[in-house]
Design a protein around this ligand. Sequence first.
Ligand code: ADP
Ligand code: MG
Length: 324
Amino acid sequence: MSEFDLIANYFTRPVRRSPLGVGDDCALLAPAPGMQLAVSSDMLLEGRHFLSTVEPARLGHKALAVNLSDLAACGAKPLAFTLALALPSAEPAWLEGFSRGLFALADAHGCELVGGDTTRGPLNICVTVFGEVPAGAALLRSGARAGDDVWVSGTLGDARLALDVFRGRLALPQALFALARARMETPAPRVALGLALRGIATSAIDVSDGLVGDLGHVLKASGVGARIDADAVAGRVALAAHPAFAESALTVPALRTCALAGGDDYELAFTAPPSLRPQVLQAGALAGTAVTRIGTVEAQPGTRLVDAAGAALDLALASFDHFG
Ligand code: ADP
Ligand code: MG
């Protein structure tokens, strides 16, 4: 299969919203009048961002999902994406699965593939997404203000628990592992929530490297700090609510650490004024995504962790040193 057959067979589909898709030197995009383009790239490398054991369809899903998650964090509506792919060889079964997973998520978000690049090499997948947002309405990292609530969407820490199973550091009952693995391999980008939070959230970020670290980027960009209830965060681990949880050896400290520092969650962490709590809850309901209040923005820089009773906890909980 030549490079051009590969592109034609697996990555060329008619475009509907873009004036020009795959096949020319450039694609053409037409954002609506008054809209700004939101653009983001994320690269996935085998071994570093995914394991060789992942099903190709799930990899196709994840390659786009992590990029859509960045649009979600800006409150941008997905328009189009490009795909730069390095492949060791052109395997039809792999290409069929990968493109199926990729296009299923793309279709679910009305986001079309408009171009890319294809070359032989160690497996490497780079997606660039383009979204649109009304001028001035993008959710930024720099808008958090002292007194705002800190919120997080969905569940946290589950992807990290799956990774620990793959690494042989943790054993989980089958049902819990399946749940954690799905969170790791097929994250759901919170695009609808990001859109619903426009005009409500003062800042937002997507949680890809762990809640405390990513929230730290928001706090720094905003020139503020925060107090975070580690137990409220630990309460958001999906596995903890599963009936099989009691059979697992997971402890409260392990849940806290995974939820605070796990990574690969692709949830939104955001801030909003307390006066808009009903609107935040309504945005979550509208988007079909749970939203949980986990803390408060404070003027003093830095992150302070407390437990449910308000007692201070060591920030080292939010790093993975314990796991060795
Ligand atoms: P050029 O040499 O001008 O960069 P290429 O020969 O690399 O163009 O690609 C031909 C066309 O196929 C271009 O429109 C490009 O955007 C598209 N394309 C290449 N690889 C991919 C891919 N993996 N997915 C989608 N489109 C692709
Ligand atoms: Mg090229």
